[in-house]
Design a protein around this ligand. Structure first.
Ligand code: GLN
Length: 226
């Protein structure tokens, strides 16, 4: 099959753990773009919001005008993947303590919820992705816990019977850090989400251009979905 232009996926690079996500995306055949200003979101098909300190990330997001830009990005049907602090920023409700969040996925999270003894640890959890159950390597670092899963939210992975990865439409979240392992499963899944959404958006643009009799450009793709 002829390869289209490469899929471009942004990684929010305000603070925290963004470098390793770029490496994980490269393994899936996608081009990672570090996003430091809201205007840069226009050039990417999907976005990863990495781990870090959610209070610091929030402060920077407000300072740089990211909140309306991310709402628009989501409304346009472009996928967003939040890991750890990224999940906290995307959740509907946050506790311990309560703080502002974008509310783009209907889950309730508790910050730093594993207590001092278990602040950081590694585990293997079960993921149900594309109809198959697989074991996924999970690194938890001062991780939040998903305390409430809304009716429209699908649990994609669990550890000790508790949701640790979930999806609602084009929003994917994980309480753990898949970028810190060599296991490509989770990034591959997100690349496929982005690839499908990009094809849908390009399809809509193509249909509109066809109606006007204008030429169109090809859809991007990522290796994972070829
Ligand atoms: N404990 C951090 C917070 O509440 C999240 C930690 C992480 O992203 N690894 O913001």
């Amino acid at each position: 099959m002829a390869a289209g232009p490469r899929l471009k996926i942004g990684v929010l690079a305000l603070q925290g753990d963004f470098g390793m996500h770029a490496k994980a995306l490269a393994r899936c055949g996608a081009e990672a773009v570090e996003i430091r200003k809201p205007e840069q979101l226009a050039g990417v098909d999907g976005l990863i919001m990495p781990g870090g300190e959610s209070t610091t990330l929030l402060k920077l997001m407000h300072e740089w005008g990211f909140v309306p830009a991310l709402e628009k990005f989501h409304a346009e049907g472009r996928p967003i993947f939040g890991t750890c602090a990224g999940l906290i920023l995307l959740a509907r409700d946050v506790e311990n303590p309560p703080q502002f969040s974008l509310g783009l996925i209907d889950v309730g999270v508790e910050r730093n919820a594993y207590g001092r003894q278990k602040e950081s640890f590694e585990a293997h959890g079960e993921a149900m992705l594309a109809g198959r159950t697989t074991l996924v390597e999970m690194v938890f670092i001062r991780a939040p816990r998903i305390r409430r899963v809304g009716a429209g939210v699908e649990t994609l992975a669990a550890w000790r019977d508790e949701a640790v990865m979930a999806r609602q439409g084009n929003v994917l979240v994980a309480t753990f850090h898949p970028e810190l392992t060599d296991d490509p499963t989770v990034h591959q899944y997100f690349c496929e989400m982005v690839s499908r959404a990009a094809a849908r958006r390009r399809g809509a643009v193509r249909a509109a251009a066809d109606r006007r009799g204008e030429p169109v450009t090809e859809s991007p793709s990522c290796e994972a979905s070829r």
